[in-house]
Write a protein that binds this ligand. Structure first.
Ligand SMILES: [Fe+2]
Length: 262
C-alpha cells in the first residue's frame, strides 16, 4: 500500500516530534504493509513551523537519507499539504518541485475545517489550466462539505481529485465526518484513502484496517484507493478511471434506484 498523506518529517509541523518518533511511525507503517509514504508537511498553514519553503529541499533529502540509512523498507517520497491561501497559484509555480507530489503535477490542497472560501471553484479551474491537479484533502472533515457535498462534486467535475482520511471511517474525527466519509464513498466521490498520520500514539500510520472496515465494498475499488491511484500520482500519470461520480444534489428516481439495485 501507498500512504499519500503523512506528517512523517520531524519538527516541521504538528506531526512527528523527533526522528525517533518518525522511525517508530515507519515501523508501524511497515508492519501494516505500507511500502511507500509521501511526506506531506503542512505548507502555508499555521500548523506549519517552516516559513521558508526553500529549506524543505534539504530537510526532505536529509530525512530521506536518514530513513534509508536506518534500514527501514518504507520508501519516502516528497510532497506537501498545501493550505488554500492568497497568491497560491504563484507560490505553486515558484515551489513546484518542493510541494507537489514527487515534483509532478498533483498536490494536496487543504481547506480550513469550517470554510470553503468564495472563489475556490475558480481557483481550481485556473490551477488545472496551469497544469496542476489539486487533490482535496479530507473533504469529509470540512463542515461546509458535510452540509453540502455538492461543493466537492463541483470541484471533482472541474477535475480535482478527492482524498479521504482512513480514520474518518473509524470515527476518529466525529460522527459527522464519519457519516460524510461513507456518503462520499456511496456517491463514488473518493479517489484515495490515506492515513494523514501525525505521531506514534494518537494519529498513527495504518491503512490495512480499511479492507476490514469496508469489507462489504468491492476489493478492487479499495485497491485503487490504497495502491493504484496513489501509484499513478507518484508516477505523475493519469489516474485510473473510478467510474461515474454521482451528483449529491440530484434525487434519483425510483426507476434509477431500482435499476442500480439490480
Ligand atoms: Fe494532514
Amino acid at each position: 500500500m501507498i500512504d499519500i498523506h503523512t506528517h512523517i518529517i520531524p519538527e516541521v509541523d504538528d506531526g512527528s516530534g523527533s526522528f525517533t518518533e518518525s522511525l517508530n511511525m515507519l515501523k508501524i507503517a511497515e508492519n501494516d504493509g505500507i511500502k511507500t509514504m509521501v511526506a506531506t508537511p503542512h505548507i502555508f498553514s499555521s500548523a506549519g513551523k517552516m516559513k521558508e519553503i526553500e529549506k524543505f529541499r534539504n530537510i526532505f533529502s536529509d530525512f530521506r537519507e536518514r530513513v534509508i540509512n536506518s534500514g527501514s523498507s518504507v520508501e519516502i517520497i516528497s510532497g506537501g499539504e498545501v493550505y488554500f491561501t492568497t497568491g497560491l497559484s504563484e507560490k505553486l509555480k515558484k515551489f513546484r518541485d518542493i510541494i507537489t507530489i514527487n515534483g509532478g503535477d498533483y498536490f494536496l490542497l487543504e481547506f480550513p475545517p469550517g470554510f470553503i472560501f468564495p472563489g475556490s471553484d475558480k481557483f481550481i479551474f485556473n490551477i488545472l489550466n496551469e497544469g496542476f491537479i489539486p487533490i482535496i484533502c479530507h473533504p469529509e472533515r470540512n463542515i461546509v462539505i458535510q452540509q453540502n457535498p455538492g461543493i466537492l462534486y463541483g470541484f471533482m467535475m472541474t477535475g480535482a481529485l478527492s482524498q479521504l482520511d482512513a480514520g474518518s471511517f473509524r470515527g476518529d474525527f466525529g460522527s459527522d465526518a464519519s457519516a460524510t466519509a461513507y456518503k462520499l464513498l456511496k456517491l463514488n466521490m473518493v479517489h484515495m484513502i490515506a492515513s494523514d498520520c501525525h505521531n506514534e500514539d494518537k494519529r498513527i500510520p495504518g491503512l490495512s484496517f480499511i479492507y476490514e472496515k469496508l469489507s462489504g465494498f468491492e476489493k478492487e475499488k479499495i485497491d485503487m484507493f490504497l495502491k493504484d491511484i496513489p501509484d499513478a500520482i507518484i508516477g505523475n500519470r493519469a489516474v485510473p478511471d473510478i467510474g461515474i461520480i454521482e451528483n449529491p444534489n440530484v434525487k434519483r428516481s425510483i426507476f434509477q434506484i431500482f435499476k442500480k439495485q439490480k
